[in-house]
Design a protein. Structure first.
Length: 163
């Protein structure tokens, strides 16, 4: 019985790891770049510009707090009224350059999340650790991100409060 349980656990773990990304949907405008990996659940659109990085998570109806994914004539679009974005997403071959851009976006998003936590908890003496590559790789390489998952950069922040 234990062997069967271990085997099922192994299958479940392998199922959450995805193959290396071959394609990603990208939309570009003058000041924004949008990335969308259509295999990731929950659905998430990554929004970037020079000093902005945000992960926009969607519900089952393709809506989020800030944006909307929709189809028009068989094409995928992302709309965000707050940022004045309504852009067509085109499937592109995944490259190392795209991966580096997404990692930078992820770093900026992590910094913003920690800044919000610092402000809400009135923390003055915390220096953000920009080394979030392991969190990015986990995010990038897993199809399913559990709602219970807490990135290491957030764990480091809370741990620093206890020191």
């Amino acid at each position: 019985m234990l062997k069967i349980q271990l085997f099922l656990l192994l299958l479940l773990n392998l199922n959450t790891q995805k193959q290396p990304i071959k394609h990603i949907y990208i939309g570009k405008s003058f000041s924004w770049t949008i990335y969308y990996d259509n295999q990731k659940l929950p659905k998430v659109v990554e929004i970037a510009n020079i000093k902005f990085g945000y992960l926009d998570y969607f519900d089952n109806h393709n809506n989020s707090k800030r944006g909307k994914l929709y189809n028009k004539n068989g094409e995928i679009y992302y709309k965000n009224k707050a940022l004045n974005i309504d852009i067509k997403l085109k499937q592109k071959k995944y490259t190392l350059k795209i991966d580096r851009q997404r990692q930078k976006l992820f770093e900026i998003n992590a910094f913003n999340e920690i800044s919000k936590l610092k402000d809400s908890l009135k923390v003055q003496e915390y220096k953000f650790d920009w080394n979030v590559k392991s969190d990015y790789l986990y995010y990038r390489d897993n199809l399913f991100i559990s709602k219970d998952y807490e990135p290491d950069y957030i764990k480091k922040f809370y741990k620093s409060l206890n020191n």
